[in-house]
Design a protein around this ligand. Structure first.
Ligand code: NAD
Ligand code: TYD
Length: 337
């Protein structure tokens, strides 16, 4: 039986990953360690409470003693590190916590992996470590790291630490670099759920700049199946790009959401652009497709409908996550923009 420490498993991608494992991999036990920041939510784990293959622990990946205790108590064989501060805009206004969690937290997990001689460490990274593309080209695993935001700089730093622990201490690692994810349980600070939430409430939809920036969208379940492939089939030290070949301009994504919800395009408001905004991301995923026989199963056209329908069917979830401090965050980010 695999015994995994999954960090950040109460967040968007982590909770989808844990859900996939619990429903599809009966021979896998998961300890889910999450600090429950604003982005972590126990409602994302509803239904797992009595699952004998899942144990939730509230805690910080920077807490070395806690990590060691968990590894010993649950005989963990591998770590999959999703835990992170994940939002570019927040990293622009408050970068420090990104260094603490994304860099120091990853270092803490790597030291435990080395000291406890774990079988594998999988770092969930991002295509944003490669920087931005012009009109042409795609990121491959050999594209030099050239991060532009405090968020991507912190993720690139973590990737380099992972590599260094492999080289210096023989830690058996893999790194995955994925494009933008979308799907159920995504916090409405990111483009797609933010626009869905605003449209549902007839609020303006804040499109940064001209809205012609391009992102390469991947349905979250497909990201999770790719990570499972890497966890179970990849050779040590290999890095994999993961992407869905779904390049879309932001403005087109926003229009699609409005169309599906039957809301007018007059809700769109072009606002001041994000400082240092990366113009285009595009992933060449041929390595994982050819070497690990992975492929995405959901097209963007299917996935966006599934996603919008999920938010419509889970209005309570949405109402709960936007209660509390969310309005304060939203006003600080978008007022006078
Ligand atoms: P998220 O913000 O939804 O979730 C992050 C989770 O980590 C939350 O549950 C939070 O409580 C937890 N966390 C934060 N700091 C912690 C700490 N110090 N200790 C323990 N837990 C902590 O993020 P997400 O979108 O699910 O992203 C997960 C991972 O995937 C991140 O590493 C991110 O960089 C990477 N990634 C995300 C995307 C995307 O489109 N969302 C794309 C590529 C890569
Ligand atoms: P986001 O979901 O924050 O992901 P990332 O910055 O990591 O790619 O943003 C996706 C794109 O949408 C990005 O080009 C910024 C843009 N965007 C807006 O135009 N308006 C918004 O309110 C948000 C949150 C994002």
């Amino acid at each position: 039986m695999r015994k995994l420490l999954v960090t950040g498993g109460a967040g968007f991608i982590g909770s989808n990953f844990v859900r996939m494992i619990l429903s599809e991999q009966p021979d896998c036990f998961v300890v889910n360690l999450d600090k429950l920041t604003y982005a972590g939510n126990l409602e994302n784990l509803a239904g797992f409470e009595n699952n004998k293959n899942h144990k939730f622990i509230k805690g910080d990946i920077c807490d070395a003693k806690l990590i060691e205790r968990i590894i010993d108590e649950f005989k963990i064989d591998s770590i999959v590190n999703f835990a992170a501060e994940s939002h570019v805009d927040r990293s622009i206004s408050e970068p420090k916590i990104f260094i603490e969690t994304n860099v120091t937290g990853t270092l803490t997990l790597l030291e435990a992996t080395r000291d406890k001689k774990l079988r594998q460490f999988v770092q969930i990274s991002t295509d944003e470590v490669y920087g931005a593309l012009g009109r042409e080209g795609m990121f491959t695993e050999d594209t030099p790291l050239s991060p532009n935001s405090p968020y991507s700089a912190s993720k690139a730093s973590a990737d380099l630490l992972v590599r260094a622990f492999g080289h210096t201490f023989g830690v058996q690692y893999n790194i995955t670099r994925c494009s933008n994810n979308y799907g159920p349980y995504q916090f409405p600070e990111k483009l797609i759920p933010l626009m869905i939430n605003n449209a549902l409430n007839d609020k303006q939809l804040p499109v940064y700049g001209d809205g012609m920036q391009i992102r390469d969208w991947l349905y979250v379940y497909d990201h999770c199946t790719a990570i499972w492939k890497v966890l179970t089939e990849a050779a040590p030290g290999e890095i994999y790009n993961i992407g869905g070949c779904n390049e879309k301009a932001n403005i087109d994504v926003v229009r699609l959401i409005l169309g599906r919800l039957g809301k007018p395009e007059s809700l769109i408001k072009h606002v001041t652009d994000r400082p240092g905004h990366d113009r285009r991301y595009a992933i060449d995923a041929s390595k994982i497709i050819n070497k690990l026989n992975w492929k995405p199963s959901v097209s963007f056209e299917q996935g966006i409908v599934k996603t919008i329908d999920w938010y419509l069917a889970n209005r309570n979830w949405l109402a709960n996550v936007v209660s509390g401090d969310y309005q304060k965050y939203y006003d600080s980010m978008y007022k006078n923009r």
